[in-house]
Design a protein around this ligand. Sequence first.
Ligand SMILES: Cc1cc2nc3c(=O)[nH]c(=O)nc-3n(C[C@H](O)[C@H](O)[C@H](O)COP(=O)(O)OP(=O)(O)OC[C@H]3O[C@@H](n4cnc5c(N)ncnc54)[C@H](O)[C@@H]3O)c2cc1C
Length: 502
Amino acid sequence: MDVPVLVAGGGPVGLAVAVELAYQGVRCLVVEPREEVSWLRPRAKTTSARSMELLRRWGLAERVRERAPLAVGWSDQAVFVSSLLGREITRIGGCFGLDLVGSELAAEPGQQVPQPLVEEVLREAVGDALLTGWQVTGLREDADGVSVRIASATGEEREVRARYVVGCDGPRSVTRAAIGARYEGRQDARPNFNIVFRAPGLAERMPHGPAVHYWVLNPAQPGIVGRLDLADTWWCIAQGVPAAGADPMRLVRNLAGADIEAEILATDPWNARMLLADRYASGRVFLAGDAAHQNPPYGGHGFNTGIGDAVNLGWKLAAVLHGWAPAALLATYETERRPVAADTIEAAAANMATLAPELADPALMGDEAEFEKVRPAVAEAVRRTKDSEFHSLDLVLGYTYEGSPIVAEGTGERLPHRWLAPGVSLYDRLGRGFSVVGDRRLPGAAALAGQVRELGVPLRVVDLPDVPLTLVRPDQHVAWRGEHPDGALRRALSHRPVSSRP
Ligand SMILES: Cc1cc2nc3c(=O)[nH]c(=O)nc-3n(C[C@H](O)[C@H](O)[C@H](O)COP(=O)(O)OP(=O)(O)OC[C@H]3O[C@@H](n4cnc5c(N)ncnc54)[C@H](O)[C@@H]3O)c2cc1C
């Protein structure tokens, strides 16, 4: 079997690569061992405002929101409590960009939604390109392509020939090993124990109201709890709990602060990791998502960073396969995305420096007078140390590719969103290829159109006379802005500059 792109791994990132390739008109095959998404291992719950904008670009944002059990307007709060049934210490609002509904900052607010549900929506969008029940066992690269060995759960083996391979096969990536890349970094010593449980009537008994996170600051059992749906299903992270000897029912009851009735549905022990692959690619093989980087989950960045990888690499692979760009463009994937992952790992590690165990205080569990005495200091510590975890739009919307060889000096940022009409974002008017935004009567606009004809690249012009002339890449990042776009498109696609002037 021959395919332009083979994607190893159909987690959220591999599926996002496939959706981006399809959006750009490129066929691929996603090889994934899991027949079904893992409903009882709902790791990510935070889909960032930027990921939602990218889902909107694919026409999938509404579908995710319709199916998300917690509507975006349900709550944007994180509440810090002595226990689920105990006292409130303080709260943080406007978490995770959930308050950006109709905002001038973003075309989409964030969304709390379990990772398997996002994966299911992406699986549907990928359709027949997803091959489940198979895994990649090895690959061999040569000058023209890559031969990929795949094996089924029953032991059947096949070879698939691809022009390019994207390794989205997660932490234990076979692809990463095959290209000789290595994770660099460290693992946090603290063990964590995730539990999914059903607790009928718990929500009704809780005095804290709707919130996307309940941080329990009880020193005897600190952790984070949240709702998976508005029925009775909950997730929690019990922090500092080794898997050996863990009693999930006891942990749930300690976090609740009472011997509530609960049913344990699943457990999932994990340690936070701060890991970055020493390189993201060999010639025709690329790494994306957790195969390339892992960060602590605090701030909710992991799979969101991977979605950014998928879009960056996806449009570039399409540009090369469609013949708009030389293969040299693909080297800029690592140049642009590895620093974003490094920044994300650093931010998430900083968020991890102060968690529920560090904020917990025995006096919070005392009588009313003891609680009130210590409450202001704990609330102040929460405000001081947790703000950046819940409000990280500078990272989520603000990362740039400034300094990349394919963007003009002083650009590389996400094109600022703006509403053109009620419910219509500037992003909705951009093309799937490159776009020019600005006054179409300017001479620079005609010059860009000439470059487009020369290179055969699809271009959409969005006539906005009050915006400086801007060349926008398929991933909505700015490649150039100004008056005289000499060679701007050639540069954005890694073509060698043409020296038209002496
Ligand atoms: C407790 C916790 C909470 C988190 N919360 C968030 C959050 O709120 N927001 C966020 O953005 N991130 C969060 N994350 C991180 C997020 O879960 C990961 O970043 C995300 O799953 C990475 O997606 P991926 O597709 O790169 O890798 P994975 O999800 O690991 O998927 C890899 C896929 O590859 C498949 N595979 C493995 N080996 C092979 C092979 N040999 N061949 C083919 N396929 C293979 C696997 O079956 C799997 O489907 C959290 C993580 C944890 C632990």
